[in-house]
Structures are given as C-alpha cells and as structure tokens.
Write a protein that binds this ligand. Structure first.
Ligand code: HQG
Length: 189
C-alpha cells in the first residue's frame, strides 16, 4: 500500500473509533472525546480492524489530513476528532457569533424532506455548516447530485440558536428550521 493510501486508511479508522465506535476496539473515550494514544495503538493492534498502526503514522495523519480532522493534546498523550461525532462527547466549544450566512451542502434527493423538516443532525451530534460554498459542494457530493443551501445564520443566532466553530473551522449547530433556509438561493451545481 502506498503511504498516501496508508494514511487515508488510518484516517478512516481514526474517524471510525474516535467519532462513532470506540467500543469496536474496546477503547474508552473521556467525556470530551479524548483517547489515550498508547492505549489506542495497543487496542487497535490487538483488533482485526487495522494493521500496522503506530505513533509516527498517527502523527502524520494529524499533520497532513486534508480537513484537519484530528488533534493531539498539548502533552502529546491524547487524540480526538475535531468534529463529526455520532457518540455523545462534550468538545467544550465556545459559542460563537456566526456570519450573516452559512452554507450546507447536501444531495438533491434530500431537498424535499429538508425543506419540510429543517436540517437535522441525523446520526451526528450537530448539523455541519461551512462559511464557503466550495466546501459545501464537496460535502454535498458525498451523497449524490449536490445542492447548496444558504442559511440565515445571523438571524438564527439573534433568535437564540447557538453556533460553535470546531478546531478545524466547521460551523456547528443543533438544528436549522426550514424557515432559515433561503429557498430562492438553493443552488444546484
Ligand atoms: C441530510 C464530513 C433529509 C444532510 C463532511 C446530509 C462534513 C436530511 C445528511 C461532515 C435532513 C447527513 C458532516 C432532513 C439533514 N431530511 N435529509 N430533514 N436533515 N439531512 O454525513 O453534513 O469527511 O451526517 O443534508 O465533510 O453531510 O467525515 O452530515 O446530507 O463536514 O470529516 O442528512 O462529515 O466530514 O449526513 O457531513 P452527514 P454532512 P468528514
């Protein structure tokens, strides 16, 4: 396996255990989502989930990851995912004032439901939004023909909705009612 593919494989594995299923390798995260790196390596190596994982490879993934998905604690002992969790963790993010508009990329096949029910976090802890349309397109493409929704984030904030910005620059909120989605600005790409 080329080293790029190896790093991608480890990134996917880390997303799996740090965001969704630590118990798959008998790992426990602390309430803030941190895993002890030595324990993670030991338990990953003892499992059938991944081969050849070590501290240098984990450090390479953290340093080179396209979306900066993971962060290592200042003491170098712990690692966590910056966002995207389906398990409940408290990332201790500060509430932030959003820009006037934020964007959400989705697939056209979800539109009717979103415009009826609003944007829901589905399996994750938060609805994920971005400050730029380009990122939203990439996110939406994962599920089919992409469409970008423009969200009245400042108005939401003024009406009491909390917004957070993750360590890697993703905007997070708990739910976006459909009245804050600007229909006329639905952009098919
Ligand atoms: C959709 C990736 C029907 C929502 C990305 C999305 C992001 C609804 C899907 C991060 C709905 C959930 C998160 C409703 C929401 N009816 N569909 N009422 N409300 N949806 O993957 O935002 O590469 O959980 O539009 O780049 O796509 O993993 O969320 O299409 O940053 O690091 O339900 O995951 O990051 O899908 O992606 P997801 P997302 P990573």
């Amino acid at each position: 396996m080329t080293s790029q593919n190896k790093l991608k494989q480890i990134s996917k594995f880390l997303s799996f255990v740090l965001r969704h299923k630590p118990e798959a390798i008998d790992l426990t995260l602390d309430p803030h989502g941190w895993a002890n790196i030595d324990e993670l390596i030991d338990k990953a190596s003892a499992s059938n989930e991944i081969e050849d994982i070590d501290r240098n490879l984990i450090q390479d993934v953290v340093d080179t990851n396209d979306k900066k998905r993971f962060i290592i604690s200042e003491d170098g002992q712990h690692i966590r995912a910056n966002q995207g969790h389906s398990i409940h963790v408290d990332l201790q993010l500060q509430s932030s004032v959003p820009p006037e508009f934020l964007y959400h990329g989705t697939a056209t096949r979800f539109l009717d439901s979103i415009l009826e029910e609003g944007l829901k976090p589905q399996q994750r802890q938060h609805v994920h939004l971005s400050a730029d349309k380009e990122t939203a397109v990439t996110v939406g493409q994962r599920y089919g023909k992409p469409v970008i929704l423009k969200i009245k984030s400042q108005l939401m904030y003024e009406q009491g909705f909390e917004f957070y910005i993750s360590e890697n620059g993703v905007w997070l909120t708990s739910y976006v009612p459909s009245k804050f989605i600007i229909d006329k600005c639905l952009t098919e790409v």
